[in-house]
Design a protein around this ligand. Sequence first.
Ligand code: HEC
Length: 205
Amino acid sequence: MKRWLSSFLVLVLIAVIGIVVFVSSGLYRIGAATPHWPLTESLLHTLRERSIERHAQGVAVPPLDERQMVLKGAAAYDEMCVVCHLAPGMQPTPVHTGLYPQPPKLAEHGIEPKTAFWVVKHGIKMTGMPAWGETHGDEELWNIVAFLDKLPEMSPQEYQDIVAQASSAGGGHGHGTSGHTHGAAAGQGQGSAPASGNRQQHPQE
Ligand code: HEC
């Protein structure tokens, strides 16, 4: 029994030394164009899915059908998310194509509001998905979730229309004077330049 235990400990020690040597050797290919091994990929996938599921459990979802919420969410989505998550009928952007893992096309599959809210607020480590809760209040994030709820049903034309309508209505970001002190309104204003650039990229098909 004792001999078994000491050989086991020696093996563990060798494994730990091996890991330390490998990590410090620089041999690992960190480049985003080299995919993970299928095993690593599936471990990370499970880790992410289970973590989000568990943490999103306690999120209380407010009513999401109010038109104003969806409109504000549309403007915010077009400014902050499109470069990675694309929009109905839109050609992939270089950012979408180059990221690993690749951001999902949110117009192509629905996502539960609880989960969406948690992910949008907290982001996902080591993926490029930002924690928008660092710069935006819950109310703004719920507007985006309300919009995401409608997005999979939208045609390219409907998407263009709702974004145009949102920006002519002040985009819901016009409320820079209404006590949004975190600077998000200003940040979103600047964001409109690349977003409208993107919009030109997607043909009206
Ligand atoms: C810089 C790129 C980038 C931007 C900008 C970005 N995301 Fe993401 N997002 C990602 C990536 C990458 C993932 C996927 C991570 C993964 O596969 O684990 C992701 C995942 C998500 C998910 C989870 C999807 C699912 O099916 O699990 C949601 C929801 C989401 N993002 C919403 C948003 C919203 C809303 C915005 C804008 C406010 C946004 N993202 C902006 C890169 C981005």
